[in-house]
Design a protein around this ligand. Structure first.
Ligand code: SF4
Length: 401
């Protein structure tokens, strides 16, 4: 029997109605109705199709696609037929398993029921809705284009369109947000009963309007600048931790199991297969502007220059090309695998790297266990609750150790 290596495919759609105030993702404002903006998006989809047609044979051979993820940006800005065309181009190049997870990100205010139905008919079977908050005040601060009512309507429309696997994205530690406000958002999300929830803390990224506004409230690794502690808008670290613990408890009581630092699912089968592929270091191929790949133990990404991408005739310039050494692979295996609540299997590590984990990371693991940040139990190593709070500190121990 022929066995295919599983492959996750990511397709990047870099257009949004407008930029949110905190966003440093690779995306550009694009008017949903203006002719020039539509034409540009049309050219972009043509370039995607061309790139798919020219995927090198060595990346295709022996592989079967188990998940596809349209991310952005705002993929739900796509015009009728554009997503379906990308999916059929992918099916022409790869065997796509019958039960493949096909996810698409959608922002409220950009998808009508008819469009959602069309996406469902094209084969998308998982919808990830960028809700971020159910508070109109918080949504306005974030610079989102939608209201709470539109977010709720989007969810109901998605159900009507036949989506039975829906994720809601929520954000924590927003300016002016306290524990009660975050829990209100989480409660509202739970009331809608999505199968999956992601809850990420806001990060203040350089180059964004939020950075201008709040940079003096967050530690900056590049400057030894005194933090503003008085009159803060952002919750401090301790408050943020308490908020996240309370949200986690609420979600657990509502039947949502945390399976990764920031991700929750009702059933094991509702876990996001695409993200599991990243965390488990399976191969993935990124298509589109700036899209990242891990193929044959090499990491690379496509050019981030839109004009270059549009004119590359399906052969985008590769940036950040890095052939991973065994040391790199072991490090990644540790810091990605530890994101999952199930953690790392000692036997899995040995099977992959032909070395006992203790011979490579014995000192780090012993110290982190002694500090109460890692737990070692029945052949598995995973983050404790305190280790989850201080995940960055734990992960750093496995890089260049
Ligand atoms: S919708 Fe998402 S990708 Fe687009 S600007 Fe807002 S945060 Fe960035």
């Amino acid at each position: 029997m022929r066995t295919e290596r599983p492959l996750a495919v990511y397709v990047h759609i870099p257009f949004c109605v407008r930029k949110c105030a905190y966003c440093d993702f690779l995306s550009f404002p694009s008017d949903p109705v203006r002719r020039e903006a539509k034409e540009l998006r049309g050219r972009y989809f043509d370039a995607l199709l061309e790139e798919i047609r020219k995927i090198p044979g060595e990346y295709v051979r022996g592989r079967g696609v188990t998940s596809i993820f349209f991310g952005g940006g705002t993929p739900s800005l796509a015009e009728s037929g554009q997503i379906a065309a990308v999916l059929s181009a992918l099916r022409e190049r790869f065997p796509v398993s019958e039960d493949a997870e096909i996810s698409i990100e959608c922002n409220p205010g950009t998808a009508t029921t008819a469009k959602l139905r069309e996406l469902r008919e094209a084969g998308c079977n998982r919808l990830s809705i960028g809700v971020q908050s159910f508070s109109d005040r918080e949504l306005a601060v974030l610079g989102r284009i939608h209201t709470r009512a539109e977010a709720e309507q989007c969810f109901l429309d998605a159900r009507d369109a036949g989506f039975r696997n829906i994720n809601l994205d929520l954000m924590a530690a927003l300016p002016g947000q306290d524990e009660t406000a975050l829990l209100d958002n989480v409660r509202q999300a739970v009331r809608l009963s999505p199968e999956h929830l992601s809850l990420y803390s806001l990060i203040i990224e350089p180059g964004t309007p939020f950075y201008e506004r709040y940079a003096d409230e967050v530690p900056d690794p590049h400057y030894d600048r005194p933090l503003r502690r008085e009159g803060r808008s952002l919750p401090d670290e301790e408050t943020e931790r308490a908020m996240l613990h309370a949200a986690q408890e609420l979600l657990a009581d509502a039947g949502y199991e945390r399976y990764e630092i920031s991700n929750y699912a009702v059933r094991t089968t509702d876990r996001c297969r695409q993200n599991l592929a990243y965390w488990k270091r399976r191969e993935y191929l990124g298509i589109g502007l700036g899209a990242a790949s891990l193929m044959e133990e090499t990491r690379f990404s496509n050019t981030r220059d839109l004009e270059k991408y549009l004119t590359c005739a399906g052969d985008p310039e590769r940036e950040e090309w890095e052939i991973l050494s065994e040391q790199d692979r072991m490090e990644e295996y540790m810091f990605l695998g530890l994101r999952l609540t199930e953690g790392i299997g000692e036997a899995d590590f040995e099977a992959l790297f032909h070395r006992e984990i203790d011979r490579v990371y014995g000192d780090e693991i012993r110290e982190l266990v002694a500090q109460g940040l890692l737990v070692r139990d029945h052949g598995r190593i995973f983050l404790s609750q305190r280790g989850t709070d201080l995940a960055n500190v734990v992960m750093a121990r496995f890089v260049n150790s």
